[in-house]
Design a protein around this ligand. Structure first.
Ligand SMILES: [Zn+2]
Length: 256
């Protein structure tokens, strides 16, 4: 056994024990769980997100140039998102929910990979890339259809019904998060006895405060992330290992 796996073993065993003892565990996930499926973190170099400055929501509403840039970025990032498959980390969380050892996944991700893996209760704080929506009449559009239009030369897609602006159902910078989802997430974190914070740097809000609230209300806090987070000193366990490997190992140890 290599030294690093010796070091890791007691920690994954401890997390497995926490999960076994828990009755209402919650997972909170960020970009780190999806980078293992090939989706770049918007902060990391190389992805479409590093080539463009994100369009702020007020600019999207106010400026045709901003809308053109927004859709150019969506068009280029489309295939990267479309081709991504859930990895061992997503699958482990879905398995935990299926055997009633996890109540819900709260996620900052918009890629839909938790649902693809089989997770049923997924709270998407930043919306979803799995559909587009008319900002005027709320009509929904399949992103595949919008992509066809973009590839056919349409620069700014408009609603067939009302001519309103169409936007991805993701939450842009400067756009309010869905209030009902946020409230449900906070309530879950107040009630939970164990929160697994996975693949998030826990810096932006509400990412920082959700696990913090859980811990303040008596929950155990487990952090699985490649880099340090501001909540590491509060955590019961911090794992720096890759997410898929760690979660698969934790689930294996539970002998479900
Ligand atoms: Zn419309």
């Amino acid at each position: 056994m290599k030294p690093e796996s010796i070091a890791r073993d007691p920690l994954t065993a401890r997390v497995a024990r926490y999960l076994s003892e828990s009755t209402c565990a919650v997972a909170f996930t960020g970009a780190g769980i999806s980078t293992e499926s090939g989706i770049p973190d918007f902060r990391s170099p190389g992805g479409v997100w590093s080539r463009y400055k994100p369009v702020l929501f007020p600019d999207f509403l106010a400026s045709e140039d901003a809308r053109r840039q927004y859709w150019q970025m969506k068009k280029e990032g489309y295939h990267e998102l479309k081709g991504a498959k859930p990895n061992a980390g997503h699958l482990a969380l879905a398995r935990l929910e299926a055997v009633k050892k996890l109540v819900a996944v709260i996620t900052q991700n918009i890629d839909g990979l938790h649902q693809d893996a089989g997770s049923r209760r997924v709270l998407e704080l930043h919306g979803t890339s799995r559909h587009c929506v008319c900002l005027e009449c709320d009509s929904r559009y399949d992103p595949d259809l919008i992509q066809e239009r973009l590839e056919a030369g349409v620069e700014i897609p408009l609603c067939d019904g009302c001519g309103g602006l169409i936007k991805s159902a993701t939450i842009s910078f400067g756009q309010a998060m869905p209030e009902d989802v946020l409230t449900e997430a906070f309530n879950l974190c107040i009630d939970t006895d164990l929160i697994l914070a996975i693949g998030s740097s826990l810096v932006v809000e509400p990412a920082a405060s959700l696990p913090f609230h859980a811990k303040q209300n008596g929950a155990r806090l487990v952090i699985i992330n490649r880099t340090e987070t501001p909540l590491d000193s509060l955590a019961d366990v911090v794992l720096r290992e890759p997410i898929g490997v760690s979660l698969a190992e934790i689930v294996n140890r539970m002998e479900l």
